[in-house]
Design a protein around this ligand. Structure first.
Ligand code: HEM
Length: 517
């Protein structure tokens, strides 16, 4: 031992003198090691779907951002080259893209759980409060119970009469004053109007028509900050997870938005609980959830139903409703661009509902053209163009390709809705495409999946369709929307806002509103 130490001490001088070369060797080893890891990590797993060759560490970021086109358009381009099931790498994750209705149906409907997980990102870590939410938590027995619990509370406040009351109250209390504020033929901000018609109805549905200030703050927050940061924009850290350790402003903005949003929901939830009585009439989702939580406590059946789980049902509903908000924006822009469609809807409203009675969900069965117009808004908007990312819950085969557990799955809803083979002249807004040869609306058309499909299909699709129908019927019962004089030519309202990569938003626009006498 002593001699070993002696040798080391004796060697100390020469060791010190060789420090720079040792450093160099060390650095070279690190760089070479990292490069090997990068190159090996860029190799497709065996039997994986084909796709463009990824650049080590970066992956195929450049392939999906090509020519300044939105990601979903570039996905369509890649599908032409590699087939409708192909793969790409982004940062450290492999993604499989399903790019046709057939491939999507095969993947999403393949067994109840095959692709029923959701991938985890920095943003979903924050939003889900340790994966106790509905939209980002993986498939598991607890998640199934949580979803059933939420749907139970939804159905308590889903009745036709209740939906009619919610949307009509919202319209009278918030939308009408907005429309009246600028006088005849006024110019209205399409985004502000869409916020009140779409998101405002969800706020009323969740918390009832009460506190005006809370209502406005939440509509504003969910509409702008949360949507912008969470649904619309992809932040770099979601692709390159090591960026979570850097003081990036995008990380900070995301954390601030989540904090603000969750604090508002928690505060409102707690104050509602203080005054809540078990035999209160159920008038909103928050009350229905409190009621169900109390009942569950008694049965000691749902020990997972903490306050976090309950508040997360509200939070997931607001996040999900951003789809409704953006579809409402598209709807307003489309009606202004297509006055003939608008007139046919207005005629149906006049014939079925008349001028004085408020619209009801029950009217929809007698108003096929209006129902088809709402479907066409959902198709044309395709506001979740690549769905909400899924992940493989287990090793699975799709079209003979091996998809290992954990692979991220994107499904191109936009590509399906704008494929000429599925919809003739897809860039035209044409509700007639949803009628069959007998003149009836096709109830479940093929190639139509605005709400996804399978085990993780949108939780709010019934609510969304009811709100769209009621809000637009009420609007066109009393008003017409049109393009403003001097606005540039056809299609000007449809510019895709380039800020958003996860969602299709029209660019901010203004429209003229005229009252119908
Ligand atoms: C036009 C309006 C809407 C559109 C286009 C839309 C679209 C979608 C899509 C494409 C998904 C992913 C489904 C899948 O992976 O198969 C989804 C999930 C979801 N949506 Fe919606 N949505 C809308 C409105 C709503 C509303 C109003 C709510 C809530 C009240 C809601 C709540 C949710 C939730 C909680 C999920 C996650 C479900 C899960 O992971 O199991 N959505 N939505």
């Amino acid at each position: 031992m002593m001699s070993m130490i002696g040798t080391l001490v004796a060697d100390g001088g020469s060791l010190l003198s060789s420090v720079p070369s040792l450093l160099l060797v060390g650095l070279t080893a690190v760089v070479a090691g990292t490069a090997i890891v990068g190159i090996l990590g860029s190799r497709r797993p065996t039997g994986f779907p084909p796709g463009p060759t990824p650049i080590p560490f970066v992956g195929n970021v450049t392939s999906i951002r090509k020519d300044g086109q939105p990601v979903w358009i570039n996905m369509g381009r890649l599908a032409k080259e590699y087939g409708d099931v192909f793969s790409i790498k982004l940062g450290d994750k492999w993604y499989v893209v399903l790019n046709s209705f057939r491939a999507i149906r095969e993947g999403l409907a393949a067994g109840p759980v095959a692709l029923a997980n959701r991938p985890h990102f920095y943003s979903t870590d924050l939003f889900s409060e340790d994966y106790r939410d509905l939209g980002y938590t993986n498939y598991s027995p607890t998640w199934v119970l949580h979803r059933q619990f939420a749907l139970g509370a939804f159905s308590d406040v889903y009745s036709t009469k209740h939906m009619d009351a919610v949307v009509n109250q919202q319209f009278t209390r918030y939308v009408e004053p907005l429309l009246a504020s600028g006088g005849e033929g006024q110019s209205v901000d399409g985004i502000g109007l869409g916020q009140e018609m779409g998101m405002g109805s969800v706020v009323t549905w969740c918390f009832g028509p009460g506190n005006d200030q809370f209502h406005r703050d939440l509509v504003e927050l969910v509409s702008v900050d949360v949507s912008l940061n969470l649904v619309g924009r992809r932040i770099p850290v979601d692709i390159f997870p090591f960026l979570r350790y850097f003081p990036l402003s995008s990380n900070r903005v995301m954390r601030d938005v989540v904090d603000k949003f969750m604090t508002m929901l928690r505060t409102e939830f707690k104050s509602r609980r203080q005054t809540f009585q078990e035999d209160d009439k159920l008038t909103d989702l928050c009350g229905a959830l409190l009621h169900a939580q109390k009942a569950a406590e008694k049965e000691e059946k749902y020990d997972f139903l903490t306050d976090v789980h309950v508040i997360q049902v509200l939070a997931s509903s607001f996040r999900g409703s951003i789809g409704l908000l953006t579809t409402t924006y598209w709807g307003l822009a489309l009606l202004a661009e297509y006055p003939d469609v608008q007139q046919r809807v207005a005629n149906e409203i006049r014939d079925v509902i008349g001028k004085d009675r408020q619209p009801s969900v029950e009217d929809r069965a007698a108003m096929p053209y209006t129902a088809a117009t709402m479907m066409e808004m959902l198709r044309f908007g395709s506001v979740a163009p690549l769905g909400v990312p899924r992940a493989a819950h287990e090793d699975v085969k799709i079209r003979g390709f091996n998809i290992p557990k954990g692979t991220v799955i994107l499904y191109n809803i936009y590509g399906t809705h704008f494929d000429q083979a599925n919809y003739a002249n897809p860039h035209e807004f044409n509700p007639d495409r949803f009628f069959d040869s007998d003149g009836s609306v096709i109830a479940s058309p093929d190639n139509f999946l605005p709400f996804g499909m399978g085990t993780r299909k949108c939780l709010g699709y019934v609510l969304a369709q009811s709100v769209l129908f009621l809000a637009f019927s009420r609007l066109l019962q009393g008003y017409r929307v049109s393009k403003l004089d001097g606005q540039p030519g056809d299609g000007s309202l449809f510019g895709q806002d380039p800020q958003y990569e996860g969602s299709r938003w029209p660019k901010p626009f203004r429209i003229a509103i005229t009252k119908v006498e």
